[in-house]
Ligand binder design. Sequence first.
Ligand code: DC
Length: 241
Amino acid sequence: MSPDGSPVRAGLLPERAIIAIDGPAGAGKSTIARHLARHFGLLNLETGAMYRAFALKVLRKGLPLDECGVLEALAAETTIRLEPGDDENRVLLDGEDVTGQIRNPTVTDAASRVSVFPAIRAWMVRMQQQMGANGGVVMEGRDIGTVVFPHADVKIFLDAAPEVRGQRRFDQLGPKAAAQPEEVIRELHKRDERDRNRADSPLRPAPDAVLLDSTCMTLDEVVKAAENIVEKRLGLAESMP
Ligand code: DC
């Protein structure tokens, strides 16, 4: 144990570690996860992209987003794979690269809707556990530290005030933003509510997660803070010159 009671596992090789990054939409999880993966030489896995890919398939087939049996049957004949990409994961839905088709508002909303069903979550969690089984991953989502890898070596819950997250999301969209900032904030808030209040695996910090609130921090500061958390938890800080 470290002086603050955290379970430092000195000697654990970062390349075997599992780092869980959870938090609401727009908190900066992807940016931080991507950075940590590069910095520590790990694979970055964006689990939200898997829910998005499945939602895309449901929409393409014109199926209802709220009928569990229909969704479960579709899941049984669906394969989703994540591959490392330069910037974001490449997402393969039944072998087709759908990376460029899963970030629009319709798919975003549908992903949040299909993710409330326990059968869909159980299927996703199984795939995610297989992908991270050998360690060496930064896995980012809503339930990584609570459900997918409750024994993850490092858990960070990244949060920020809703208006700040909405504004960041709006800025990120740039000229592609079809909506006004207020509308982006409203949509984000709606999705948050659904993700936080669903019965199965609601978005919440694991009891042993380190909370990182980026509301008043610059990106550089958040990156540095996240790096420090990982180094401390993995016991790397002590062994550094
Ligand atoms: O992280 P994201 O915005 O790409 O996620 C899209 C939706 O997928 C999100 O609103 C809820 C769902 N999701 C989830 O339920 N569990 C995860 N581990 C990741 C995403």
